[in-house]
Design a protein around this ligand. Structure first.
Ligand code: 5GP
Length: 194
């Protein structure tokens, strides 16, 4: 009997991620020189990216988190966003950099930007690791981004599928093979192998 099986093929390697994150951090350091920066990570997917980015930023960089979820099926954004965890401190008067894992339709980011702008930060910019422009539904501009990716469902490096795969050190495309689990594989990296 054939049984559905998931496979993850590497899209962005650990080395590529780390190199690009270092470059982004250098850009951010230059742009915010002399200013106190507040990173706001969007949970849960951005936690690894934020942690690695933060390692290259000055010691006065503050961190806070927001949690969001969108109503609807797990791999499709429904357009309705709600806050599941709010900030611990007010961002009023702060230079805010919103750190996102991935921008897909743009609806989450649009909602977060509207919500945060209403709280009157001194400035607000966006840093997203992954940009998936193919499915964009609202116009949002990314001040910093790591990689533009094709229209595929990706996991790893903080991103999950049903709470799995977050710990992978790379970003991979999740594929359903529909084959039995006895196959030898064709050279693509499988989850857990790297
Ligand atoms: P948007 O509101 O831009 O459509 O999507 C925002 C959220 O949807 C992301 O923060 C992420 O949690 C989730 N998302 C969108 N595309 C993907 C994807 O390819 N993989 C995973 N794991 N999550 C995604």
């Amino acid at each position: 009997m054939s049984e559905s099986r998931e496979k993850v093929s590497v899209l962005i390697s650990q080395e590529e991620l780390q190199k690009r994150i270092k470059e982004l951090a250098q850009e951010i350091c230059r742009d915010y020189e002399g200013k106190d920066l507040l990173l706001i990570g969007v949970l849960k997917g951005s936690f690894m990216f934020l942690a690695d980015l933060l390692r290259y930023l000055p010691p006065n960089t503050a961190v806070d988190f927001m949690g969001t979820s969108s109503y609807g099926a797990s791999t499709q954004s429904s357009g309705e966003v709600r806050i599941t965890k709010d900030l611990e401190h007010s961002p009023a008067g702060k230079h805010v950099l919103l750190v996102e894992d991935i921008v897909d339709t743009g609806l989450t980011l649009r909602y977060l930007l509207d919500t945060l702008r209403a709280r009157q930060p001194a400035s607000i910019k966006v840093c997203a690791l992954l940009d998936k422009p193919a499915r964009r539904r609202v116009r949002v501009s990314l001040d910093y981004y790591g990689f533009i990716i094709p229209n595929a469902f990706v996991v790893g490096y903080g991103l999950d599928y049903q709470e799995r795969y977050r710990g992978l050190p790379y970003v991979g495309v999740l594929e359903e093979t529909g084959e039995s689990s006895n196959d030898a594989g064709d050279g693509d990296a499988s989850a857990g192998e790297r």
